[in-house]
Write a protein that binds this ligand. Structure first.
Ligand SMILES: Nc1ncnc2c1ncn2[C@@H]1O[C@H](COP(=O)(O)OP(=O)(O)OP(=O)(O)O)[C@@H](O)[C@H]1O
Ligand SMILES: [Mg+2]
Length: 256
């Protein structure tokens, strides 16, 4: 991140979400600066996925606001126009744990589909952009294969290329390596690190502590639907003040 003060890319204020009686998110706020990389960690069931799903309208928060580059794109107090939900999804990309590729389509087609549907690109220019991006994530030789002919790590890189193809302002990652064989994770983490170094704004839910330490500018610890810690990787991962965070980090470092 540049030493100057970059503008805020995404600002979430007091995001709340309940399922039935159960309050899952109890008021989460964060300002993500342009080009910043924030790793989100925390115990299972603490609301990490729910939070980032709220940030691209896969879940509708019960309360709170979301701004992109200073522009209000969600306000729970008001009715949200469908157009702004679509715009939000286009501007905020998402990479899931379970790749979600179309099984009957090649890598190139998977990356092209959304470009044609969402951006209205014609077949040739979508294919050209897809080929460039697949090359960038190290899949030049695999672009005409279908998902079942690719490893988990390769499929996840296709999913990353697909997300990049829509030129998002922010990309959200939800445990992108947790469904992948350990030795295949490295290549996905490498692509993510390159993206980070290239200045992409990223929020990444991850259990990869070492990766968070290397690639994140800040780390956010979520427990029971609230932010328990938000600071530099050293503050949160190396010398956490909070006992709850220390226990979590120790346990994670122990098993990894
Ligand atoms: N659609 C839903 N309906 C009801 N409850 C849900 C729904 N989605 C999530 N939950 C509940 O919300 C809580 C938070 O879930 P969430 O998936 O956000 O946790 P998480 O921090 O991502 O956990 P993990 O590390 O296991 O992925 C859990 O108790 C979960 O059971
Ligand atoms: Mg999750």
């Amino acid at each position: 991140m540049s030493p100057s003060n970059p503008p805020t890319a995404l600002s979430a204020r007091d995001i709340r979400k309940s399922y039935g009686e159960k309050e899952i998110l109890r008021g989460i706020s964060v300002d993500v600066r342009k080009g910043e990389h924030i790793a989100i960690i925390g115990p299972s069931g603490s609301g990490k996925s729910t939070f980032i799903r709220c940030l691209n309208a896969l879940e509708v928060p019960d309360a709170g606001t979301i701004d992109l580059q200073g522009e209000r794109v969600f306000d729970a107090e008001r009715r949200v126009p469908v157009a702004s939900v679509r715009a939000l999804r286009k501007r905020v990309g998402m990479v899931f744990q379970s790749f979600n590729l179309f099984a009957t389509h090649t890598a190139l087609e998977n990356v092209s589909l959304a470009q044609r549907r969402v951006l209205g690109r014609d077949r040739a220019s979508a294919a050209q952009r897809s080929a460039e991006l697949l090359e960038r994530v190290g899949l030049a030789e695999h672009m005409h294969k279908r998902p079942n002919q690719l490893s988990g790590g390769q499929q996840q890189r296709v999913a990353i290329a697909r997300s990049l193809a829509l030129d998002p302002e922010v990309i959200l990652f939800d445990e992108p390596t947790s469904a992948i064989d350990p030795e295949m994770r490295v290549e996905v983490l490498k692509v993510m690190k390159e993206l980070a170094e290239g200045g992409m704004t990223m929020l990444m839910v991850t259990h990869e502590i070492q990766f968070a330490q290397e690639a994140a500018d800040r780390v956010m610890f979520i427990a029971d639907g609230a932010v328990l810690g938000l600071g530099t990787p050293d503050e949160i991962l190396v010398e956490p003040e909070h006992e709850r965070i220390r226990r979590f980090v120790n346990a994670l470092s122990g098993v990894m």
